[in-house]
Write a protein that binds this ligand. Structure first.
Ligand code: SF4
Length: 249
């Protein structure tokens, strides 16, 4: 059964939340003109935000991290976005030498060996490229929602990251049903892996489908303790094992 069939239901107050999300985006685009980017993971929430940006012609750049470990279905969304909306997606890849050195030293399954090695992999493939994406920006937009996990229960619509940038989370109060209601109502392109019980999609080796009743992010780094389950992009209190930046994503 498709994700739309399973989840697309507006919860009470949806129109208000939609209007508020648009206000948050508009205000951020005005306040940070020319220096704001949506750091899209290409997940369902981020596709909603991209659609809002395109539909309302908001001057917010689009950027994504191509870690070299994404599912083909995820990477395929990049040209789909560009075709559908006529917007360019900035693609940030890891430094090839860093990846080669890491894999040569630790093997291509290092992420399963220890949290330190997994975070080091995230550092090379995600954090350093994100730092480049944000280098000339003073604000970024994410698809974080409070409902996504306990670690994210306090997400605000606007906060300051640990580099002093504004971090804008317009869908902070949206439910998973809201996200899919918007996608269904607006024919938003989305990752077909969401139809295979993958609500949260990251790199292929670190994502699996979830079972009925499992937590939203149970399919991410499933072999680790719940508290460790962030890649360093969205965690204030933890520094990445390989540290180039202090920002989150
Ligand atoms: S999610 Fe997995 S494969 Fe992707 S960068 Fe992190 S450890 Fe590496």
């Amino acid at each position: 059964m498709s994700a739309i069939a399973l989840y697309a239901r507006a919860s009470a107050g949806f129109e208000d939340r939609l209007g508020h999300a648009l206000d948050v985006l508009r205000t951020a685009a005005q306040q940070h003109a020319g220096r704001i980017v949506q750091a899209t993971s290409l997940g369902a929430e981020d596709m909603v935000i991209t659609d809002l940006i395109a539909r309302h012609q908001l001057p917010i750049a689009l950027g994504t991290l191509e870690t070299g470990m994404l599912h083909a279905q995820t990477s395929a969304l990049i040209p789909r976005i560009e075709e559908r909306y006529g917007l360019q997606v900035e693609v940030y890849r890891p430094v090839a030498e860093s990846v080669l050195h890491f894999v040569k030293t630790n093997g291509d399954r290092a992420m399963y060996q220890s949290i330190e090695l997994r975070k080091a992999c995230c550092g090379i493939r995600k954090l350093e490229p994100l730092a480049r994406m944000l280098a000339k920006r003073d604000a970024w937009v994410t698809g974080l929602r409070r409902e996504q996990s306990n670690n994210r229960g306090v997400v605000s619509f606007s906060e300051t990251d640990d580099q002093g940038r504004a971090k804008i989370n317009p869908l902070a109060d949206w439910s998973w049903n809201d996200v899919w209601h918007y996608i269904a109502s607006n024919d938003v392109p989305y990752n077909p892996l969401h139809d295979e019980f993958m609500p949260s999609i990251g790199c292929a080796p670190c994502t699996r489908a979830i079972a009925v009743g499992e937590d939203f992010r149970a399919g991410r780094w499933w072999w680790e303790d719940e508290k460790a389950k962030e890649c360093g992009l969205h965690v204030h209190e933890e520094k990445p094992a390989v540290s180039m930046i202090g920002v989150k994503a």
